[in-house]
Design a protein around this ligand. Structure first.
Ligand SMILES: Nc1ncnc2c1ncn2[C@@H]1O[C@H](COP(=O)(O)OP(=O)(O)OP(=O)(O)O)[C@@H](O)[C@H]1O
Ligand SMILES: [Zn+2]
Length: 640
């Protein structure tokens, strides 16, 4: 149904409703009593009706007593008039008015039209567009949104940190700019490109950049738009989308989340996924159907390439596969620069430092970070977004917002200060550890305080010594509490858990103990709450005991090392704890001052200094070492 017809129908419907309302108003202005038909007939028979005016199937009349009444007659009642005549009633008939004639026609046709409409609608749904002709109805139309070259200004310059992917896609841009040229040269151009990468890595952005670079229209649709309640809708959407695209070739069709339709067929339970399979089949048919030379490139994105139906990846379909990885430290810096162009940043902002502190962040996370920083600056009515805002934004994104409202006793605050100082001092004193970036006793997220180290490079690999140092650093918090406050709190629970986990993995997974390089226990991959976790089981009691011994030994050794460092540097821990109680947050420079035996310099305004507006009492114990992917975590994982 084309739009004009649809509009006409809509207006007719509105007209009918208005007329009905109007009629009703009319009626109510005649306060005659409505009489039922049988009473009317018997009144006629009794001769108590004096005169009537027939208007269609409505009769207005008067009884001989003078009382007005109205009665509605059954349709096509041919006996009524003779009866009235026989009873000597005075009959007058109203001429059919134009308006009411039209009305009655409409009223009698309206349900029919409605039924026909519904019928067409369902035929359309069931038959995959079989009824009513191709493209004749709106319901099966593809939901693809088209971006023409005027409103798509994204270019490769807007996509940073994915150089390899851009190189692979440059050829496609060339082809779209001049399909004929390639045809003459007889080159085979891929019809489909599959972009694979984790969420937010910039797949959509890349696809738009291809279109923007080549200055061709960009149709985008999400795989989930195809999956509809009614069988056949998805398939007809696919068909319509390709039809539209052919009209605008050369162009790009972008299918986001293709895994929503492209999952392996027949994998569902009981084959109950007819709709999805039909849609997928239609997609395959369309992709086989057009010639590579027509200038249509189908770009699809997924973060689950493993679940895709292999048929999609066969030659002639999505045979070009491009990985869009999470950015590395350089990439993050470039992405930050791209987004910083859009906000006024202060000269002290160093994208490299921020990049260093955001391992595992995706492009989308970084875009969000810049945005958060701008919001922070706006909240403080600053004209420029400075490093301080970026620091705050990063901490907020990584660890949750500061919980300044949490009220803690002085005792708890003191405990946290010593605990964090213990972590920081051990981290500073052990060789080869990442620089301490910040120490704070402002509670954040679930942590009551934090010691943050920043790696100078992204780490994918850890040496045995790094791991051992990490365990020592984790122990540092608890030891400081023991040494200075002569107490143990539950605040160290998370540290101990992480240290134990590291030690256990060193023994059972990474072959870093006397048990030798072997994986101990059977590995079980399991998906729990959407995360893949690895469990080890099936080890003999004896092996289990040896593992426990090894783990205990590693932890005890590292505990002793950390304890030695803290006892030998009591003054530094003291100074740092007192500085923390005073400033709440210490930056790298202040920590360095303390470690070289001085009092810390006052906090720098605009630096990662403390927040003077923050005098809550107290804070307790939990300290984490965030800001660095701990060994065993994927670079993409962020400590909580
Ligand atoms: N490489 C990048 N360079 C610059 N900005 C990026 C980059 N990657 C992501 N972004 C920013 O993140 C936003 C979201 O990215 P995009 O939608 O392209 O990710 P995606 O990989 O398609 O994610 P999803 O899988 O969730 O659909 C972009 O609009 C952009 O602002
Ligand atoms: Zn701790």
């Amino acid at each position: 149904m084309n739009n004009v017809l649809k509009n006409v129908l809509l207006w007719v419907a509105i007209g009918v409703i208005l007329m009905l309302v109007f009629q009703n108003l009319n009626h109510s202005s005649a306060p005659a009593q409505v009489m039922d038909f049988s009473t009317f007939v018997s009144s006629v028979k009794q001769g108590s009706v004096s005169d009537v005016t027939i208007d269609g199937n409505r009769i207005d009349g008067a009884l001989s007593s003078g009382q007005q009444f109205r009665v509605y007659t059954p349709p096509n009642d041919t006996q009524l008039v003779p009866q009235l005549l026989a009873a000597g009633v005075k009959i007058s008939v109203k001429p059919p008015e134009g308006q009411s004639l039209l009305l009655s026609i409409l009223i009698s046709w309206f349900p029919m039209l409605l039924l026909i409409g519904v019928w067409i609608f369902f035929m359309r749904q069931m038959g995959g567009g079989g009824a009513g002709g191709r493209g004749a109805m709106t319901f099966g139309r593809s939901r693809a949104r088209m971006l023409t070259d005027e409103n798509n200004k994204v270019t490769f310059a807007d996509v940073a940190g994915v150089e390899e992917a851009k190189e692979e896609l440059a050829e496609i841009v060339d082809f779209l700019r001049d399909p004929q040229k390639f045809q003459r040269l007889g080159g085979r151009i891929p019809k489909g490109v599959l972009l694979m990468g984790s969420p937010g890595s910039g797949k959509t952005l890349l696809a738009r950049a291809i279109a923007g670079e080549a200055r061709v229209p960009f149709f985008s649709i999400s795989g989930s738009d195809f999956v509809e309640m009614f069988v056949g809708v998805g398939a007809s959407r696919v068909r319509d989308m390709f039809e539209q695209a052919k009209k605008h070739a050369p162009c790009i069709i972008f299918i986001d989340e293709i895994d929503a339709v492209g999952r392996q067929r027949g994998a569902g339970l009981g084959g109950g996924n007819d709709e999805r399979e039909q849609t997928l089949n239609q997609l395959l048919v369309e992709m086989d159907g057009f010639e590579g030379t027509e200038g249509i490139i189908v770009v699809a994105a997924t973060n689950r390439p493993d679940v895709l139906d292999p048929a999609l990846l066969r030659p002639g379909r999505f045979d070009r596969q491009v990985t869009v990885p999470l950015p590395d430290i350089r990439g993050r810096e470039q992405i930050l620069q791209v987004h910083m162009r859009k906000v006024p940043v202060a000269p002290d902002v160093d994208a490299r430092v921020i990049a260093r502190g955001t391992p595992g962040f995706s492009g989308a996370d970084l875009a969000n970070l810049v945005n958060e920083a701008a919001l922070m600056a706006a909240r403080k009515s600053k004209r420029l977004v400075d490093m301080h805002d970026f620091e705050d934004a990063k901490d907020k994104v990584m660890m949750g917002a500061e919980r300044k409202s949490v009220v803690m006793s002085d005792k708890q605050r003191e405990t946290t200060a010593y605990h964090e100082s213990g972590h920081a001092v051990v981290a500073k004193l052990l060789p080869g550890t990442d620089p301490v970036h910040k120490v704070t006793i402002i509670p954040r997220g679930r942590a009551l305080g934090l010691t943050m180290q920043l790696p100078t490079e992204d780490r994918f690999n850890y040496e045995r010594n790094d791991l051992l140092s990490n365990i020592s650093i984790l122990m540092g918090g608890r030891i400081a509490e023991e040494v200075f406050l002569n107490q143990m709190t539950t605040g160290a629970g998370n540290d101990i858990e992480r240290a134990t986990d590291l030690a256990r993995r060193m023994v059972t997974q990474w072959g870093m103990s006397t048990l030798g390089p072997m994986v101990i226990g059977e590995k079980e991959e399991e998906v729990f709450l959407g995360r893949e976790i690895t469990k080890h089981s099936n080890i003999s009691e004896e092996t289990a005991r040896t593992v426990d011994e090894e783990v205990r030994r590693i932890i005890q050794d590292q505990y002793q090392i950390a304890r030695g460092l803290i006892e030998g540097n009591r003054d530094k821990v003291e100074t740092m704890a007192r500085a923390l109680l005073k400033y709440e947050t210490l930056d790298a420079n202040q920590v360095n001052d303390i470690m070289s035996g001085h009092d810390p310099r006052p906090p720098q305004e605009g630096g990662a200094g403390p927040t003077p507006s923050n005098p809550p009492d107290g804070a307790v114990a939990e300290a984490d070492k965030a800001g660095k992917p701990l060994p065993g975590l994927q670079p993409g994982e962020r400590p909580v």
